[in-house]
Design a protein around this ligand. Sequence first.
Ligand code: SF4
Ligand code: SF4
Length: 234
Amino acid sequence: MSEQMNNNVPATQPEFAQPDKALYSPNKKGPLGKLLAPIAGFGVTFTTIFRPTVTEQYPYIKVPVRPRYHGLHRLNRYADGLEKCIGCELCAWACPADAIYVEAAANTPQEQYSPGERYGRVYQINYLRCIFCGYCIQACPTRALTMSNDFEIAGQHREEMIYEKQDLLVPLAQGMLNTPHPMVQGTSDADYYKGRVTGPTETQVEWVRSVRPGDESLENVVVTGNELEGAGAQ
Ligand code: SF4
Ligand code: SF4
């Protein structure tokens, strides 16, 4: 076996081009360079002393991050308060770190959380795994999932780093109606995606008032939406 291997070795090794030695030689210093060489390193220190201080006083003063910074995720709502997440799990499939867990459930006439058939009943992001790549928000078909500029994601225990749906869902904006409640009358989920729903309607407010008279969002709800009779057919 060894003889056979030796027979396969070429008698002469091929010549490889040698790199230019000048590229790897130390710089040649003149007399002045040699004289100042021992203190040359202090030059950086002295010039830095006279520059403005760049120490950030965090957490007392928070320096704004770039607008497209990838921070804490947010689950968004439509203008009438319905959730944009439809529980499709595309974000979880797109995640390279397997950091997202979604469980969908069916919307019913009495419990409608999002436009269409399904909503995200369970939504978790494990921030011990997340690498903030943003693949999940690109995969989301309804723009339900976006990333905010919030970078303060810390916890004392591993369990605290798994954010649940209630931690990620944006609070109701001014004038929105708390879920669950029916979709705007005469609309389909496509009308929601296309931005045709501009706010809660009188019918939705009446529905919530009859089913949950003590709902806190009823105090501040503002009727800004219109019933879109027939729009859902488009
Ligand atoms: S940002 Fe990247 S790693 Fe984090 S949950 Fe989204 S897809 Fe996964
Ligand atoms: S956040 Fe978007 S991609 Fe993820 S389950 Fe909800 S709708 Fe689907």
